[in-house]
Design a binder for this molecule. Sequence first.
Ligand code: UD1
Length: 419
Amino acid sequence: MNKLIIQGGKILKGTIKASGSKNSSLPILFSSILADGPLILNNTPHLSDISTTLRLLMDMGAEFILESDGALFVDSSKLTNLVADYDLVKTMRASILTLGPMLAKYGEAKVSLPGGCAIGSRPINLHLQALKELGATIEVKNGYIFAKAKKLVGKNIYFDQVSVTATENIIMAATLAEGTTILYNSAKEPEIYDLSTCLNKMGAKISGIGTSTLTIEGVKHLNGVQYSVCPDRIEVGTYLVAAAITKGSITVNGAKAESMKSILEKLTEAGAEITITNNSIKLDMKGKKPKAVNIDTGTYPNFPTDMQAQFTALNSIADGSCSITENIFENRFMHVPELVRMGADLTLEGNTIVCKGVKSLTGAHLIASDLRASASLVLAGLVAEGETTIDRVYHLDRGYETIEEKLKLLGAQIERVQD
Ligand code: UD1
């Protein structure tokens, strides 16, 4: 198994390029099931979650080619096996996004239940309820969802809770349903904007994109298209925090600031000088230590839960005290005991971390537990005194493309080693 070994204390400086968004690429790749021709996707990141998605699609009968220019050619237009198997689904919860497209295109699907995960129970009731409202019959047995629908029929659907992947699953199902579907209380995340824009390019009729009410007029067919995935706002945010925590100054090219307002506001409040162009974000701490900032996670456009762990690391060594409240996932605190082992002063009270900034952290041997918790340990390792070793790096490889290479480009001392 791979480990990362970090010698802390280097001030990060320089320029890197943002990768394409993981959370846009996954639903867009699954939307290829709906199309009658191939999708050619530019800017998809090289991540293990993308490989898992491609393996899942291949298991179902899809074909893909990684072109020499980096574009991904995916033809899922003629699936032969309408099953998403447990072995792959258990490694990536987003596999549930096969359900809506398979049901809409083929009238049936068998998808493994994803089960719980390190950050919470993560039920899928909203996905199943909305598909039932569109006319599907759904049975859950032997750990699988068996879904059938002679045809899906458009309907007004109100989501009881805002869910990113439930919104995406139902948008995809509704594109090929008969008649009009209106989704109320939809998630508004930029990745949903990206998926909807790609689907419209494929011939779907989705309006209200970017709002919580989406209207989808069903069409008979969708076509294959070429599409470029948006930059990964969480990856960019993580590198900006890496610069802030080390009192550094970096530029991320290819980043889009308009989808990152809540993150950039918090970095500014922490003392960073942020300069934005239409295609880059520069963060400069002017050599100063960050100030503590309160965090309260919420659905877009509020502060993203996917940046909570990284800001916990930042606040651990900031000047002052603060509270970090997690409102989306009930157990997204796996990084807290590990940061405490490095000397952070963090106390968990319900869903709030009470954080008193300490002068410094010390390097330690740590275990990565989930994707963003692992990122926060890397950030802590960058600023800690001495050496930090992080085990189970495969969590990071799900969501950060060549993380050690990008950090090295910025002057970090970080190595990947194999046991
Ligand atoms: C997506 C993102 C993930 C991000 C999360 C919140 C992808 C592939 N993953 O995950 O990175 O952290 O949004 O921004 O895009 N819920 C239910 N029933 C459901 C569905 C969700 O109760 O059927 C609850 C969840 O337990 C959670 C909340 O709704 O408390 C939000 O979860 P959701 O938006 O669905 O997260 P994901 O789509 O799984």
